[in-house]
Each structure stands twice: as C-alpha cells, then as structure tokens.
Design a protein around this ligand. Structure first.
Ligand code: RIB
Length: 290
C-alpha cells in the first residue's frame, strides 16, 4: 500500500533566538541551521521513517536537486517530482528558547505543481492507498478529487490554515488533522465544531496536551494525553505526528494505536532542533521512553 503525498518541499533556514523578534526589532541569532523542510516533505519523511511506502508529488526549482536527493536518502519515492523554472520554496524559521517558532514562507516552486502530473501519478492509486495533502501547494482540490475518484482514502492536514481551502475540500475528506487554533478558526468560518464536521475521522492536536480524536461512526470523542518532554524546537512536530499517523493507518493499525505511535514520534521530535533532517525513525520512536 502506498501513501501519495502532494506536498511542499522547502529549504528551511532555522535561526535560534533568545525570543521571537517583535516589530522593528533587530536580533542576532545564537544558532543557525539549514536543512530540508516544508510541511509536505516533513510528512513524507516521517511516514517513510515509519516504514511506509511514500510517493511524494511536488515541485522543486533548478536549485532543488539537493532536496530531491535528501528525500530519496530518507526513503521517499521521488521519481514523480517535477523540476520547474521557479526557485525551490524556502522558509525562514525563528525558534526561541522555549522551542516556540514563527515562520516566513516563500512558496516558489511549491505553487507550480501541474495537474497533468497529479493525474498521471494518482492514476496508479487504488482503494488500498492513502492520499495526503496540506496547504502549501497549489491544486489541492483537483488532486483530492482525482484521488477520491480512484477510491483512495483522503487525509488532509489543514495547515497553514486557510478557511476557504478547508471548505473547498471538506466533502472529500476521510481524515482531517488540525490543531486547536485551526479548529476554532474553522468553527468561526463555517459554524461547525470539529465534532460536527462531515468527516469520518477528525483529530485535533493540542500541543503539550495531546490530542482529541472524533469518529463519526460511533460518535465518540476520545482524548489522548501527550508525552511530557522539555521542548527544544516544536517546528515540524505536527508534520511528524501526521506522517506517523498515516503510516500507522496504512499498515492497518487501529486508529488508537496509530495515534499513540504518532504522539510518541512528535514528542521525540520536539526534543530536536530542525525539521525533516531530524525526524526520528521508527526504532528511535519505539525505544523512546522519556
Ligand atoms: O511545519 C514546519 C514546516 O513549515 C517547516 O519545515 C517549513 O518549511 C514550513 O513549511
């Protein structure tokens, strides 16, 4: 079984700072790291490190060969990636001493994924496969419709949050992952709480408080506690959660068990500085006993 992931690929420039800069403030960083990131790439790497077969659908520019090679090195199937003329996407990430972040995105090539490519790749998908996407590329609705026609299960991480983007794909979804702030923003935009959404499984992540899973089959909302850790960097923890969750579901795990695995992976991830390059592998996650 395969996870097809339409997702962003970014060069992440990560700056460690004593605090997040305010308006007009100039601040010297105390550390710097450059690496692979992008919510899409992070999710692909997390799922691949959790032993899933992941086909990444996305675009990089002429400067992006290193990112393709790195994804490949991390076990992601990159054969369907497109090379476009526009530069590869990048992110400027500030991380403070409490592990909190703020991110500036330049979408670049991520906004140039072709519908023709999406159609060709997803033509291989079946009802045994999963289609995953988030909000850092173009063509989300088109891709979700195409995957749905193939009978694939559709999973969506509503980040970065955009109420209109969520609204346009909501009827197609089998699984929605969003954080508490995004759930509130969505409720404000459409007047439905996470529990009222017409989506079979909705998972609301709560940061240091774990997550909530609502399943419309039985109408029950279950709570899952987080694993307490001292955070170094929370960037990419949500993406790690989603990638591990999907990999668990793809392997046929019951949802409870896939959520627990994802919580453990995300907890370990926040103890590391960086994004895709430091996403833990399955063995590290299984051995993790804080
Ligand atoms: O979720 C973290 C990611 O958001 C970073 O890797 C950055 O590239 C942005 O896409």
């Amino acid at each position: 079984m395969t996870i097809f992931n339409l997702g962003s690929i970014n060069a992440d420039q990560v700056y460690r700072l004593p605090h997040l800069p305010g308006p007009g403030e100039t601040l010297a960083s105390t550390g710097y790291k450059r690496g692979l990131g992008g919510k899409g790439a992070n999710m692909s790497v997390a799922a691949a490190r959790a032993a899933a077969h992941v086909v990444h659908i996305g675009s990089v520019g002429p400067d992006g060969q290193w990112a393709v090679e790195r994804l490949m090195e991390y076990g992601v199937d990159t054969r369907q990636l497109e090379m476009v003329e526009t530069v590869t996407g990048h992110a400027i990430i500030a991380v403070d001493d409490h592990g909190e972040n703020s991110i500036i995105l330049y979408p670049g090539a991520n906004a140039e994924v072709s519908e023709t490519k999406i159609e060709t790749v997803l033509a291989e998908g079946t009802e045994n496969d999963l289609f995953l996407f988030q909000n850092e590329t173009n063509a989300q609705r088109y891709a979700a419709e195409t995957a749905s026609k193939q009978g694939m299960r559709i999973a969506y991480a509503a980040a970065p949050f955009d109420a209109n983007a969520v609204k346009s794909v909501l009827p197609l979804l089998d699984l929605l992952v969003l954080n508490e702030v995004e759930a509130d923003q969505l409720e404000e935009a459409i007047g439905q709480s996470a529990e009222q959404l017409p989506v079979r499984d909705v998972i609301v992540t709560l940061g240091g408080d774990g997550c909530r899973w609502h399943n419309t089959d039985d109408g029950i909302t279950r709570e899952f506690p987080a694993i307490p850790v001292d955070p170094i960097d929370t960037t990419g923890a949500g993406d790690t959660f989603t990638g591990y969750l999907l990999a668990g579901l793809d392997r046929g795990m019951p949802t409870e068990q896939a959520i627990q695995l994802a919580i453990k992976a995300a907890a370990l991830m926040v103890t590391r500085l960086g994004t895709a390059d430091v996403i833990p592998d399955l063995k590290d996650v299984q051995d993790f006993a804080p």
